[in-house]
Design a protein around this ligand. Structure first.
Ligand code: HH2
Length: 284
């Protein structure tokens, strides 16, 4: 059985502890690692978002900049031009929208266009204006662990105790967000699978997700189609569905409240069974 809980958003809240929540990925980018170039036209990205809502996504995560290993940064103007029309259309359609950005200017415009959540892979470190924006706007935030920067982060990452170090980092970032005025009930934490981590690091972080849960915030797991699944299965990114399902089903059993995935329909079906088992109670 899982502990019931809530994740407060800018408006309203999401209920945790029953069903594992699903954040569907919409990359409006030419260079994302598994779906780059598929949805660069905003109208295609909106179609994709509506399809993900239909398939069971609780949250739609819209991103206009790739953060895959080796990716190049883009300007705030380009990022906003890609992401904002998609945020606006999906929020108007009733979606709970998250903006995947490390730039406060992009986040500000996305919030004005109806986004509820700032998903910042730098945990509010890249842009000094981000924490004040989150506090003033009342947005929910996802704080993610990353070692280094996307351009160089996979060059021989080293930890003495990856679980403890990621946990300490996230505890510090949650404290910093609260010190800036962010409501603690609006903060979710993410170990940042693939962000400055080797295969063993990624496996240990998923295996010990419950250690992150002890920090008292919802935990988000984002392992969809990532390289470690390819290392274990020999599959290329678009063919990593079974590995993706395995990672998120186990992640749900081990402490994830929210999973961020490309393949929403398939993961939703797997989680319908997994959640029923996780939550089975009463007399045997
Ligand atoms: N991973 C990616 C992007 N955003 N956000 C959170 N909170 N956690 C993650 O692990 C995470 C994230 C990278 O994956 P993807 O969006 O599929 O690719 P790209 O960055 O190349 O667009």
């Amino acid at each position: 059985m899982r502990e019931p809980g809530r994740w407060k958003l800018r408006r309203g809240e999401l209920t945790l502890g029953g069903r594992t929540l699903i954040m569907g990925i919409i990359n409006v980018t030419p260079d994302s690692f598994s779906d780059g170039g598929l949805f660069t036209d905003p109208s295609q990205a909106v179609e994709q978002g509506l399809a993900l809502m239909e398939a069971g996504a609780d949250i739609l995560d819209v991103g206009g900049e790739s953060t895959r290993p080796g990716s190049d940064p883009v300007s705030a103007e380009d990022e906003a031009r890609r992401a904002l029309p998609v945020v606006e259309a999906l929020a108007k359609a009733g979606g709970t929208v998250s903006i995947d950005t490390m730039k406060a200017a992009v986040a500000r415009d996305a919030l004005a266009a109806g986004a509820q959540i700032i998903n910042d892979v730098t945990a509010l470190r890249a842009d000094p204006a981000m924490a004040p924006l989150a506090a003033e706007s009342g947005a929910a935030v996802v704080l993610m662990h990353m070692r280094g920067e996307p351009k160089t982060m996979q060059a021989n990452p080293h930890y003495d105790d990856v679980v403890a170090e990621v946990r300490d980092f996230l505890a510090q970032r949650a404290a910093a967000a609260q010190a800036a005025g962010v409501d603690p009930a609006k903060i979710a934490l993410d170990p940042g699978i693939g962000f400055g981590k080797n295969l063993t690091h990624n496996l240990l972080l998923i295996r010990h997700l419950s250690r992150l849960r002890e920090l008292g915030h919802p935990v988000l797991l984002a392992a969809s189609r990532k390289a470690f699944i390819g290392q274990l299965t020999g599959r290329q990114a678009p063919e990593r569905l079974l590995g993706t399902v395995a990672a998120h089903v186990l992640g749900a059993a081990l402490g994830a409240d929210i999973v961020r995935v490309h393949d929403v329909a398939e993961v939703a079906e797997a989680l319908a069974v997994a959640d029923a088992i996780i939550n089975a109670g009463g007399e045997a």
